[in-house]
Every structure is written in structure tokens, then in C-alpha cells.
Write a protein that binds this ligand. Structure first.
Ligand SMILES: [Zn+2]
Length: 301
């Protein structure tokens, strides 16, 4: 085995078989063959299993927390066939240490024979904060992330079913929203009437100026709250369906999309879908946290 001269200094454990970094396929075959390497995240199959099951009382918005610009960027760059330009490694910011949750960072090591190998290592392994001290060959990490896409992708039939399920939920939510919007209209009319009465009473000399101003401020504040609430509900309603379709577009045949994509698009896909992918050296040590709405779509109920 070729030793990296700075092993002692960094405290990082390099894999015994460094040559393995040039053959990511081998490591992946091992990973797939291992019976313990269960799919790391519960995904679409869960939706299908849950199809038809009622989830009462879930009327909260499904898709209101996402920054949609990222998704839009991806769809745009896919349409325009954007060329890849690599500055940082595209997994930077997506992969994290399974032990301590810190970022994994790229490190190079040069063997005595002059060959350079790239690894991901835990950001905190240098200062001994994290117990996870093994370096992860970059090619293996790339492959494991690509494999993760197999577990989250949808075929057209699955996409169709999920779209139907989620649209039913959206429809229920729309009904609740409509009810509230009607209520808001009534409340706004009441406030208008009260403002008119208040003004009338003030000009008739029935209430002192201070009391008039106090009531006026209160009514204005209530009115402003209603206007805000109404605007928020209306903008949610307008965007939500399009956002859902965008998310489903990304997930349909996601593995092929991801593996065919240039690294800039891979990076955007990872950022849009995953809040983080947490990895350790063992093939079973992988845990994915999904952003909304992907988490809601994939884990209903
Ligand atoms: Zn760590």
C-alpha cells in the first residue's frame, strides 16, 4: 500500500485500496450485492401503498416553503442544454458527514509514485472533533449519490398516480381556502361598517377624540391583517399547481436525467431535491433528507 506522507498530520485514514478509486464500478457492485444495503429513504412506493387511505385534517399547504428559483433554473438550463463548467466539486454543499453532520470537503492526496487521488473527508476530522476519520473516494461518493436517484425517481405511471393523489389534497385545501376567503369578505364588510359607525359617532360628539383614535387604529390593524391573509392565500393558490408539476417533472426519470446531466445541472438537481445527503464509509451509511415539496410528495400522510 502506498502511504500518504501527511497521514500522521491530518489524522485521516486513507482506504487501503487506493487503486479502487479508479474503478468506482467495483465498489458499487459490492454495495448493490450487499443484502444489508436497503434503500436508504422511503419514497414513492409509499405513496402508491397509501393510495386511497384517508389522512384526515391535513389541510396545510403542501408546497409553500420552497425556493422555486432553483427548480426553475434547472428546467431552464435543461431546455437550453447548458454547458458544464466546473469550479468546485458539484457535490460540495450536498454531502455531509453521517457522524457529525458537518460538510464533507474535497481533499487531494499524492502518493510517492506521484499519483493524485481525490477524497471527501469530514470537515472536522482534521481537528479531531469528529470520530469519522475515513476518507471517502470521490468516485464512490459520486456513484452512491447517483444511485440514490434510483430510489427517488418516478416512471410516468407513478408520476401520474402521485399527481392525482396530490391534486386531490390540493383540491381539499382549495375548498378550505375558499371557505376562509368567504369568511374574510364578511369580516372585511363588518370592519367597514364599524368604521363608518365610529366616524358617525365621533362627528355626532358621542365619543371623545382619544377613544375614537384608539378604536380607529384597532379597526385599521384588523383590516390590514385581513388584506395580508387574503393576498397570501391567493398567491398560494395561484402557484401551487405549477410548482407541483415542476417538482414531478424533476423526479420523472430522475436517475437518467441526473446521470446524463453536466455537473452544473447535477449540482442544481441535488440542491433542489436534497437538504442533505449524509454519508459514511460503509455502503449502508447513507441517509437523505429531502427538501419540500419532494419530502411531502414522497412521504404522504
Ligand atoms: Zn464528521
Amino acid at each position: 500500500m502506498e502511504r500518504h506522507p501527511s497521514d500522521r498530520r491530518t489524522g485521516i485514514t486513507w482506504p487501503d485500496d487506493q487503486a479502487g478509486t479508479e474503478h468506482p464500478g467495483r465498489a458499487v457492485d459490492r454495495e448493490r450485492a450487499a443484502p444489508s444495503a436497503a434503500p436508504p429513504v422511503l419514497l414513492y412506493k409509499g405513496v402508491v401503498v397509501h393510495n386511497g387511505v384517508e389522512h384526515p385534517g391535513r389541510h396545510e399547504p403542501l408546497i409553500d416553503q420552497v425556493t422555486w428559483s432553483t427548480v426553475q433554473d434547472i428546467l431552464t438550463s435543461r431546455r437550453n442544454g447548458e454547458r458544464s463548467r466546473e469550479h468546485d466539486h458539484y457535490l460540495k454543499g450536498t454531502v455531509f458527514c453521517v457522524e457529525c453532520g458537518r460538510r464533507l470537503i474535497v481533499q487531494h492526496t499524492r502518493t510517492k509514485a506521484g499519483r493524485v487521488y481525490e477524497y471527501f473527508v469530514c470537515h472536522r476530522s482534521r481537528d479531531t472533533v469528529c470520530p469519522q476519520r475515513k476518507a471517502l473516494p470521490i468516485a464512490q461518493v459520486e456513484q452512491r449519490v447517483a444511485d440514490l436517484y434510483r430510489t427517488i425517481e418516478l416512471n410516468p405511471a407513478q408520476r401520474e398516480r402521485i399527481e392525482q393523489i396530490v391534486l386531490v389534497k390540493l383540491h381539499r385545501q382549495q375548498a378550505v381556502n375558499d371557505e376562509r376567503l368567504t369568511q374574510i369578505a364578511v369580516e372585511a364588510q363588518t370592519i367597514d361598517a364599524n368604521q363608518a359607525k365610529l366616524l358617525e359617532a365621533y362627528y355626532a360628539g358621542a365619543i371623545p377624540r382619544e377613544l375614537f383614535l384608539t378604536h380607529q387604529r384597532r379597526l385599521n390593524a384588523e383590516q390590514a391583517n385581513l388584506v395580508r391573509e387574503k393576498a397570501k392565500m391567493e398567491s398560494n393558490n395561484a402557484d401551487i399547481r405549477q410548482r407541483l408539476c415542476d417538482a414531478l417533472d424533476l423526479l420523472q426519470d430522475a436517475h437518467a436525467t441526473y446521470t446524463d446531466a453536466p455537473v452544473t445541472v447535477r449540482k442544481q438537481l441535488n440542491r433542489a431535491i436534497f437538504a442533505g445527503i449524509f454519508l459514511g464509509p460503509d455502503p449502508t451509511q447513507i441517509r437523505a433528507e429531502l427538501n419540500e415539496p419532494f419530502a411531502s410528495i414522497t412521504q404522504p400522510g
